[in-house]
Design a protein around this ligand. Structure first.
Ligand code: PSV
Ligand code: MN
Length: 386
């Protein structure tokens, strides 16, 4: 295989998971702007996700969020997805939207609330059994707003206990992916604030527990690719929630705010042997003012572009420059790959796979957007909490 053929072959295997919630209405705490044609139920979300896959060829799975995507029959929902050409991916739990969770969920001081939270997580594993999902994605809003509000150490003990019960319930081939986030909604202390805390819990739990890196969950200036390299080295990187941030957890399109950072992350993924199906490459985004389906298509393309550039890094030249201590040359090797216009390569690749070269234009020409605007009238649009 020529080098370019190897790059193309690697790109053809790429699978990016899209989140069901990105197809629904979303907003800030100030306003949710409703859009026409937005899905009214989980099936319609899957229909939209299928369109993203149809035009990109790179988004074969869709993450669900429980209870936002609660249905009576999950096996039937999975069958609906497959009919449309996609599959259900990670199951995301929600232990943050009930009044009971004011002081936390699995870290809550009261045993009754902790029980309720753990039961919800166990229910999510039941759903995984029905949908055939591999990953349970856990993000906890748990934390405290004031010093002294609760005992930091006891909260860690409760967290460990709750996670252990859920871990025991995981079946063959199932995993739990633990997300960290440095602040919000708690402002003083968050119970899983950083990769170190997530790593420590996952290490104790065992190999089915892995850390997930949400790119929007770090303080400004954090070297995320270093975290990626370290987690891969420790065999504890379960996957990504990709999105972009300028200020906080902005959930903007991945690769929009800082495409160079995304390239550096993908370079470390490839360098560390993480470019396999063992790593879940998921989007965790919300499209508040832009059209949702095209925004998700654009996001998938942004990940593809960053990956193509990362695959183009001349590893031998880089290693030689590093060995020689040639700082400028080593940096130039990396920048050469980053500065390559990979769009023609990706267009070619799509045509080889029987896809339109420009997924954005193909979606525009397809008529799906006009159809859903015309047909999805009445009913309640999906959105946060719906
Ligand atoms: C909240 O920060 C969050 O974005 C987490 O990252 C979860 O993955 C997602 O919401 C869905 O619960
Ligand atoms: Mn996330």
């Amino acid at each position: 295989m020529t080098e370019l053929a190897a790059v193309k072959a690697a790109l053809k295997t790429q699978a990016i998971e899209t989140p069901s919630w990105a197809y629904g209405n979303s907003g800030t705490r100030f306003k949710v702007f409703a859009q026409q044609g937005v899905p009214r139920d989980p099936r319609e979300k899957l229909d939209d996700a299928a369109k993203v896959h149809e035009f990109t060829g790179a988004a074969p799975t869709v993450a669900l969020h429980i209870p936002w995507d609660r249905v009576d029959d999950y096996a039937a929902l999975a069958a609906h997805a497959e009919e449309r050409g996609v599959r259900i991916g990670a199951i995301n739990s929600n232990t943050f939207q009930d009044d009971d969770y004011r002081l936390g969920s699995i870290c809550h001081p009261e045993a009754g609330v902790r029980r309720k939270a753990v039961d919800h997580l166990l229910e999510c594993v039941d759903i995984m059994d029905a949908t055939g999902s591999r990953d349970l994605k856990l993000w906890f809003a748990d934390g405290t707003n004031y010093p002294g509000q609760d005992d930091l150490r006891s909260r860690q003990d409760r967290l460990a206990e709750g996670l252990a019960e859920v871990y025991e319930r995981l079946g063959e081939g199932q995993r739990m992916l633990l997300e960290y986030k440095f602040f919000e909604p708690a402002f003083y202390a968050t119970d899983v604030p950083d990769w170190g805390t997530a790593y420590a819990h996952c290490l104790k739990l065992g190999e089915k527990a892995q850390v997930v890196v949400d790119t929007g969950h770090h303080a400004p200036g954090t070297n995320i690719e270093f975290i990626v390299a370290t987690l891969l080295r420790e065999e504890k990187l379960g996957g990504f929630d990709f999105n972009s941030r300028f200020y906080a957890d902005d959930d903007l399109m991945v690769g929009a705010a800082d495409p160079f950072q995304l390239f550096r992350i993908m370079y470390e993924v490839i360098r560390g042997g993480g470019y396999t199906s063992e790593t879940a490459f998921m989007l965790d985004q919300c499209h508040n003012i832009e059209a949702k389906i095209p925004a998700i298509i654009r996001s998938v393309m942004n990940v593809q572009e960053a990956t193509a550039k990362a695959l183009l890094v001349d590893g031998e030249a880089l290693a030689a420059a590093q060995r020689a201590g040639d700082v400028l040359e080593a940096n130039a090797v990396l920048m050469d790959a980053y500065n390559t216009d990979v769009r023609p390569l990706l267009r070619e690749l799509r045509e080889e796979s029987g896809l339109a070269p420009d997924p954005m234009a193909a979606y525009r020409a397809d008529g799906w957007q006009e159809r859903i605007v015309a047909e999805r009238v009445g009913g309640e649009q999906a959105g946060w909490g719906a």
